[in-house]
Design a protein around this ligand. Structure first.
Ligand code: HEC
Ligand code: HEC
Ligand code: HEC
Ligand code: HEC
Ligand code: HEC
Ligand code: HEC
Ligand code: HEC
Ligand code: HEC
Length: 478
């Protein structure tokens, strides 16, 4: 796509840069007039055609350099500033943030900021397991957790950053300033320097992050009938099968959020908690206190019963989100309230209703309801198995067969991930982050193999191993 403008920019730019052997013509002032604007751009392009030819080509072929109106053309310095002009002073160039894109794309910025992706960095840092890692794993460079989680905004302060109020705070750019690269967020789906809508609409654009161990949505999607049909017919104008974007960025809305969320948990309602007292009267006192702090309401679709609420309470306890007497901890504040890892009834119901209406564009409502009911029931069944395993390990701590490791606040602690010290707790961690996730995520994404053979089957194996190991440890202790 070599437009005349492409040639114009490169040719003039080359002449200018040859003429000054690397020194910029643009005056030492901020770009103000259209002519100056053009001149600065030619400098960048003219020098960079040699320095980073790939970037220049991508930019000149992109929608930004080929806008409908000539005056709207987006130039290198719109995103990188004008301070850097020579071969040597490139450290003066600025690296864009989402706000830079937002100067021209207000709507998308606003939606993105309101959504779950914006919290990505903060949720990563909310994990005790992250703080326990050596610098090679956590520092700049984006090779592990941070490589995917940089889609979130840096500098959002939760409890671990010393902000103990329930409201999330922003440090005004302090944390981001310590990182030269990786603050653009929007380039997670619209990669530089072509910044295309078509790229972001392709489900493969999500696959570098939404894959693998604990969230194999890409693998589940491509092994579902939806993904298979997309694979066969995917590049047709009218898509018969939905993509990730059809279901999660409906009408181009950048605010991604799902009812169950990553952890497949919900905030228990007042009614949920009070109902447990009937099955576990000995817990009346702590449960009444807990209920007072919770929202009132009902979850649509989901067939809540007291056993399930109790199972979920045990999971939250093993994650250190509820303490030994079922009271919310600082993790509840940081992970559930600030990082929004679980939804209350109002939000859950609204998101679920939207999601179903979207399926209803292609399927009947009866079909859709049945799918959601079946998938909700899977979360319930998985939680019940998980809770059995948790109780067994909690019992070992209570009876002194396991000792709380030094420096740990809670034990067992699912959020210590693979730093768990015993075989039995390693199994528990795998249930939480691998098997249970695959079981329920596979159900919702209609991947039968992930739901069953990569999810439920190893989940059951791990529960059996834990119960067997508990028996062995008790026998040895006697
Ligand atoms: C005279 C040549 C020249 C001009 C003019 C020039 N650059 Fe550069 N730029 C460089 C060189 C050399 C580098 C370093 C490349 C490398 O490390 O491989 C660089 C690096 C950069 C970087 C990356 C910095 C980093 O830390 O990784 C950006 C962004 C950049 N230039 C943008 C611009 C913009 C925008 C303009 C116009 C306002 C511009 N450049 C004008 C030569 C130039
Ligand atoms: C100076 C204003 C400006 C800035 C800054 C800017 N854009 Fe754009 N962007 C535009 C214009 C203008 C268009 C093209 C509209 C048109 O087609 O005429 C566009 C188009 C787009 C498109 C749609 C392209 C397509 O395939 O149709 C995407 C995606 C996009 N921009 C993303 C970004 C991202 C990401 C950033 C930040 C890294 C960014 N923009 C920064 C002005 C800007
Ligand atoms: C391959 C990319 C990738 C890596 C590596 C990665 N994550 Fe994630 N993480 C994701 C994605 C994608 C999600 C959202 C998954 C979902 O909702 O199903 C996520 C979700 C999370 C959540 C849950 C957020 C919530 O609100 O429910 C936490 C916490 C988290 N990651 C922490 C970490 C930590 C800590 C590490 C490193 C030890 C890590 N992640 C490594 C991609 C990654
Ligand atoms: C729409 C905004 C936008 C425009 C226009 C733009 N860039 Fe960039 N550029 C980015 C983003 C986003 C990054 C990634 C920043 C990061 O990782 O923090 C980047 C990174 C870079 C880098 C360093 C990283 C790398 O991959 O080497 C260079 C060099 C660079 N740009 C040069 C240019 C040049 C030259 C032009 C004009 C031909 C240009 N950019 C136009 C947004 C833009
Ligand atoms: C999670 C992936 C993802 C991220 C992150 C993302 N986008 Fe998008 N963006 C999309 C998708 C998908 C579309 C196409 C939506 C549609 O038309 O259905 C899109 C479309 C756009 C468009 C074109 C809108 C139009 O209708 O022409 C612009 C502009 C844009 N995004 C800007 C941004 C900006 C700015 C950011 C950062 C604040 C951003 N995007 C972050 C996925 C993403
Ligand atoms: C750079 C990595 C990355 C890319 C690319 C990416 N995501 Fe994400 N996504 C994440 C991370 C990390 C989280 C967890 C953020 C959090 O919990 O705050 C997440 C969370 C989500 C969630 C929220 C789940 C919940 O908790 O309710 C949805 C939905 C989602 N992503 C969909 C998408 C879609 C669709 C695409 C592609 C258009 C995409 N993402 C591209 C990293 C990515
Ligand atoms: C047919 C619609 C559909 C498609 C296609 C789809 N999803 Fe989902 N997704 C769902 C439903 C339904 C849920 C669960 C909703 C709930 O919580 O009630 C979900 C949940 C999620 C979640 C939250 C955790 C989980 O897995 O339950 C993430 C993240 C996510 N999807 C990402 C993706 C990505 C990435 C793709 C593409 C590779 C994709 N989805 C394809 C419908 C879809
Ligand atoms: C753009 C249209 C479209 C949307 C939106 C859509 N689907 Fe589908 N769905 C299809 C097509 C096409 C098939 C394949 C039909 C077949 O199996 O005969 C399919 C198949 C299915 C199947 C059967 C898979 C099997 O193995 O038999 C289920 C279950 C399903 N969809 C659920 C959903 C749910 C739930 C949603 C919303 C979260 C949804 N779909 C959204 C088009 C869509």
């Amino acid at each position: 796509m070599k437009s005349p403008r492409w040639l114009l920019s490169v040719c003039c730019g080359l002449l200018i840069s040859l003429g000054q052997t690397g020194l910029s013509l643009a005056a030492d002032m901020a770009v103000k007039t259209f002519d100056e604007d053009q001149a600065a751009n030619k400098d960048c392009v003219g020098c960079h055609i040699n320095v980073t030819p790939g970037i220049v080509k991508q930019h000149l072929d992109s929608p930004h350099a080929n806008t409908k109106k000539f005056e709207d053309e987006v130039r290198c310095h719109d995103c990188h500033g004008v301070e850097h002009k020579t071969m040597e002073d490139f450290a003066k160039s600025e690296m864009p943030t989402a706000e830079t894109c937002g100067e021209c794309h207000k709507k998308q910025l606003k939606q993105h900021k309101a959504g779950k992706h914006n919290l990505g960095w903060m949720v990563m840092k909310s994990q005790i397991a992250w703080h326990g890692q050596p610098g090679a794993i956590t520092e700049k460079g984006y090779r592990g957790c941070s490589g995917c989680h940089k889609i979130g905004q840096k500098g959002l302060m939760g409890v671990t950053d010393g902000n103990t109020e329930a409201e999330l705070k922003y440090d005004g750019g302090k944390e981001a300033s310590g990182y030269r690269y990786g603050n653009a967020q929007c380039d997670a789906c619209h990669t530089r320097h072509s910044f295309r809508k078509s790229e972001a609409k392709d489900p493969r654009a999500c696959s570098n992050c939404h894959m693998g161990f604990d969230h194999p949505q890409w693998e589940m999607y491509t092994s579902s009938k939806h993904g298979v049909v997309w694979g066969i017919e995917g590049h047709l104008e009218e898509e018969r099968a939905p993509t990730c974007q059809t279901c999660h960025l409906m009408e181009g809305n950048h605010e991604v959020r799902t009812p169950w969320g990553f952890l497949g948990l919900r905030i228990p309602t007042k009614e949920n908690v009070l109902a447990i007292i009937e099955v576990a009267p000995s817990l009346k006192e702590p449960l009444t206190t807990l209920a007072a702090a919770l929202p009132s309401g009902n979850y649509i679709d989901v067939d809540d019963d007291p056993q399930w609420t109790l199972d979920r309470a045990l999971i939250l306890q093993a994650a250190g989100v509820l303490d030994a007497s079922f009271q919310p901890t600082e993790r509840f504040v940081e992970i559930v309230v600030q990082a929004q890892a679980a939804r209350g009834p109002e939000e859950f119901n609204e998101l679920r209703t939207q999601m179903k209406a979207n399926c209803n564009k292609c399927h009947s409502m009866g079909f859709v309801n049945q799918h959601f009911k079946a998938s909700d029931e899977i979360v319930k069944a998985a939680d019940h198995e998980f809770a059995k395993a948790i109780s067994a390990v909690q019992g070992l701590y209570k009876d002194g067969l396991l000792q709380k490791p030094e420096g740990w606040k809670y034990a067992p602690d699912l959020l210590q991930y693979y730093d768990a010290k015993t075989k039995i707790e390693q199994e528990l961690y795998l249930i939480m982050l691998e098997y249970r996730q695959r079981t329920f995520q596979g159900a919702f994404h209609v991947s039968n193999d992930y739901m069953h053979w990569y999810g439920w089957a190893p989940l059951k194996t791990a529960v059996n191993t834990i119960l067997e190991e508990e028996k062995r440890m008790r026998a040895e202790h006697e």
